[in-house]
Write a protein that binds this ligand. Structure first.
Ligand SMILES: [Zn+2]
Length: 915
């Protein structure tokens, strides 16, 4: 209370001294009415075991915005769970008054609406501000930053020190207090439920984003989630900040904070100056922390400079200085005690991954952590952390210092930053005009599915890339392209991003010494989005001829759907992921559907024939899904197919199956599985109805309450297909098993659940296993398949996220609608060989890796071991079926090219023969 009085007195004094500045007077008067965070919350920010929940944070920010002329609050939209997603715009009162004008200067710095004239450029240098975006708390258990912002914003809104004045005069500070408000609420509620009980350290049993958990920081080129889309709109359509800091937390055992620069390898599509500014700004944060006497500050460690997909790092290819801080974690808001290291005495060699740490902490929540192992002082870590107590308040303090240091340095370097960012932007545009590459072209012809072309273009546009459409045919590098082809000219400010996203990745191996094994990358090594979406891309080296008439798209392209002719039966070519969306809407409308594989000029294709839906519904569904449908003019579709007017003639095979909507069960463990979340999102996005299954549902005793004739298990009575997402068998079987885990979330499906699954298959159910969960099938059910990945060392075979070539049997029910050669995503998951099985079993390979050139993009060690091996296997168990996905058909919802494999697998459970 005393300090608050003092502050008011100081403000009053300064007001007198500059009383001609009326805005300062108002600011001071208003500031006096703004409560401190402590007054507002009733506890000090970062106090042990106390958290401010999202609605309280938003409320406080509104109080400040209402009381201060330095702070503006905007609600950018709603989150997945319909919570407010907010942005604060913070600057001097004068800047806030002229915010739109200043935004135009920043946009012009990024060549929006064309290159700046010399006069505009000089005006940017003179009057422009350093626009700095700070995003917090995308990972919800990394909760410190969502609390820290309360004190930060209060300080900037109320303090009249020379430092704060300098920042406000030179910087426009954009602040997202949480990039994942839903998760902030999920984690706060879980913590508050358990704090003070024996379950205080028990991990969250579900994801901290409604769909994708921790992977919300892997979505910054696919933009599947609302939060990523809102962030992209802010960054690349609205403000174009030059600097972007994303604040995270890391493990609890080592360094206290990571600051930039990050570590090798670098990505050569990033302008070197961006990496230099990473150093300047990151090191200014380190210096401020050292000056404050803080220990354990590290750079050049863990986080690599290569990879697309994470939040602030996606800024690099946009010529934005993307920065990361990672502060050591407490146990949410509970303090952690760590034994102190003794310098000179070697610490016990226990390498432990994050999950191992989590398990051990859960088993012994009250035991101090072992002492830190990395205690060697060196250039990037001059004052190592040696152990001790660590609290939420420590996290808040480190983050406050680091954030203020960034703002101060940006203020000090305002003009230099603007001049140099301008140079990077200018050089990028000029290099593109010279060529090699001059443009990226997405031809309209030769594409497997035109709708995926439109989806890809929309993704690029979300990232601020300018895409044009050719009005007439043209030639580039000697190849002819038709009118309607999409062109991404490289003489644009985000050319580096488009190039990096669409080209083949070549991951540079990094070794600590010539004889040591290559370092694993931080995340995946490939993202080539054209490959992942099954879209062919070409790079034009030479500038396009001046005759090419390109029109810049202002909206996302639409693929027009249509219905030709009138009938009571219709057909279309079943092709790609959007075809499944159409099928699901048709099924919902009561249609009867047949999928008929055919072959035309040696190529497999699939005819989707349906009837029983009024023409008006057919037209609506065709429009919505962008599919060309045709009236089927043959005989009764159930009995004969002698149609004459169908433009694609084919004989209808005798084995035609009729599709019925399969009843899907999706397994969700209590261990928060991201692949489950992604699968759930994909199923929902393509409108497959499903039911979530927990351990108890799978453990249901066979012979229970079933009244269905011939079925003894409830599981089979309820479902046609059960999906097990990628998860280690031991986690499926055992889950988290500890007395410190709430009883209702303890354990896995156990042997009883395995028996339930066996029974489900015995009774004709289809079981789909993806990634690591395939091993559960191989180990627990007698199936004629061997996982060849098993037992291989990292030296022999290692692929931490690679795009691979895949050959698909397009005549197999699971390969319907797919090209015979496509691309898939592989991530250290199984690959298979078929072995001798029981006579009742019939295993078939749906997709395999080619005999050579398996790798299409990214890095993979031991390619030859996978050559020719099976990627997707279907085993008829008579009557049930087991389908194993070694390659990841729905990885992070990016792999549109292989979605149909999963969708067909699901449909295969719902087909029945029509007689
Ligand atoms: Zn994080």
């Amino acid at each position: 209370m005393r300090s608050r009085l003092l502050r008011v007195q100081i403000i009053s004094a300064s007001t007198l001294a500059v009383s001609v500045w009326c805005c300062v007077h108002f600011s001071a008067a208003a500031a006096a009415e703004i409560p401190t965070p402590q007054q507002f919350l009733g506890f000090r920010v970062g106090e042990d075991k106390k958290l401010a929940r999202w609605e309280k944070i938003v409320e406080y920010m509104r109080v400040i915005a209402n009381g201060s002329d330095r702070v503006r609050l905007r609600e950018l939209g709603k989150t997945t769970n319909n919570n407010p997603f907010i942005l604060l715009e913070i600057a001097s009162a004068d800047s806030i008054k002229n915010l739109d004008q200043l935004k135009q200067l920043e946009r012009k710095l990024y060549f929006q609406g064309g290159a700046p004239t010399d006069a505009e450029r000089d005006e940017i240098f003179r009057s422009g501000k350093a626009v700095v975006f700070v995003s917090c708390n995308i990972h919800s258990t990394e909760i410190g930053s969502s609390q820290m912002v309360l004190e930060l914003v209060h300080r900037l809104a109320t303090e009249d020190s020379p430092l704060v004045k300098k920042i406000l005069d030179n910087v426009i500070f954009l602040l997202a207090p949480s990039l994942n408000p839903d998760g902030q609420i999920i984690v706060t509620d879980w913590y508050n439920k358990n704090v003070g009980t024996e379950y205080e350290a028990s991990p969250l049993p579900w994801l901290y984003h409604p769909y994708i958990g921790h992977d919300n920081n892997r979505d910054m080129y696919m933009f599947t989630q609302k939060e990523s889309q809102l962030t992209a709109r802010l960054l690349w359509h609205d403000w174009f900040p030059s600097v972007w800091l994303d604040e995270h937390q890391m493990g609890s055992q080592g360094a206290r904070i990571f600051v930039m620069p990050a570590t090798d390898p670098i990505n050569q599509n990033v302008h070197p100056l961006i990496y230099r500014w990473n150093g300047i700004l990151g090191q200014s944060q380190a210096a401020a922390l050292e000056a404050a006497g803080k220990e354990g500050i590290i750079y050049n460690s863990t986080y690599t400079n290569f990879w697309q997909g994470a939040m602030a790092w996606s800024g690099w290819w946009h010529n934005q200085v993307g920065l990361l801080t990672e502060v050591a974690s407490a146990r949410i808001a509970s303090p952690i005690e760590q034994r102190r290291a003794q310098p000179g005495r070697p610490a016990p060699a226990v390498e432990e991954d994050f999950q191992g740490q989590q398990r051990r902490q859960m088993e012994n929540p009250n035991e101090p952590l072992p002492p830190p192992r990395d205690i060697t002082p060196r250039t990037e870590y001059p004052r190592p952390w040696l152990g001790g107590k660590w609290t939420l308040r420590d996290i808040v303090d480190y983050e406050l210092i680091a954030t203020m240091a960034l703002l101060e340095t940006a203020a000090d370097h305002r003009e230099q930053l603007l001049r140099q960012i301008y140079e990077v932007n200018r050089a990028t545009v000029e290099a593109g005009a010279k060529g090699d590459p001059a443009a990226i072209i997405i031809a309209v012809e030769k594409q497997h599915d035109a709708r995926e072309v439109a989806h890809l273009v929309e993704r690029l546009q979300m990232a601020g890339v300018e895409v044009s459409r050719a009005e007439a045919g043209f030639e580039a590098d000697g190849r002819k392209y038709s009118a309607g082809s999409f062109v991404i000219p490289m003489n644009q400010v985000f050319a580096r991003y488009a190039k990096d996203l669409l080209e083949k990745q070549t991951y540079p191996e990094v070794r600590r010494s010539p004889n040591s094994a290559p370092e694993p990358p931080y995340d995946v090594t490939a993202w080539s989005l054209g490959m992942q979406m099954g879209v062919e891309i070409t790079f034009a080296k030479k500038p396009l001829p001046s005759g090419a008439t390109l029109v810049k798209l202002t909206d996302a392209p639409k693929t027009p759907g249509s219905v030709e002719g009138a009938s009571n039966a219709f057909g279309f070519e079943y092709l790609g992921a959007d075809s499944a969306l159409a099928l699901n809407r048709l099924l919902k409308s009561g249609a009867r559907i047949k999928l008929a594989p055919n072959s035309r000029a040696g190529k497999e294709w699939t005819y989707a024939l349906f009837w029983g839906v009024p023409q008006s519904s057919v037209e609506r569904i065709a429009q919505e899904t962008g599919i060309k449908m045709f009236a089927h003019r043959g005989a009764d579709p159930v009995t004969g197919f002698n149609q004459s007017n169908w433009p694609l003639k084919f004989p209808m095979p005798a084995t035609t199956q009729s599709l019925v909507a399969p009843r899907i069960g999706l397994y969700q463990p209590w261990t928060a599985n991201m692949d489950e979340g992604w699968t759930r999102w994909v199923l929902e996005h393509y409108e497959f109805p499903y039911t979530t299954l927990h351990n108890a549902d799978i453990k249901e005793r066979p012979g229970g309450a079933s009244e269905n004739a011939g079925l003894s298990s409830k599981l089979r009575e309820r479902f046609d297909v059960i999906i097990l997402p990628d998860q280690q068998p031991r986690d499926i079987l055992n889950g988290f098993d500890s007395r410190f885990v709430r009883e209702e979330y303890r354990g896995g499906i156990g042997e009883q659940g395995v028996e339930g699954l066996r029974q489900f298959v015995r009774e004709g159910g289809t079981l789909i296993a993806m990634g690591a969960s395939c091993d559960l099938m191989i180990d627990k059910l007698p199936i004629p398949v061997r996982n060849l990945k098993r037992g291989l060392t990292r030296d022999q075979h290692f692929a931490p996220g690679t795009i691979v070539r895949v050959q698909v049997d397009a005549s197999h029910p699971l390969g319907l609608g797919m090209p015979s050669e496509t691309y898939g995503f592989y991530n250290n998951s199984p690959f298979f060989a078929l072995v001798e099985g029981f006579s009742s079993q019939k295993a078939s390979v749906v997709a395999r890796y080619p005999n050579s050139d398996v790798v299409a993009s990214g890095w993979l060690k031991g390619e030859e071991l996978m050559a020719g091996r099976a990627a997707v296997v279907s085993i008829e168990m008579n009557p049930g079926r087991i389908i194993l996905f070694g390659l990841r058909p729905q990885h992070r919802a990016q792999t549109h090219a292989t979605f149909p494999l999963l969708f067909n697998a699901v449909y295969s459970a719902g087909t029945k023969s029509i007689q």
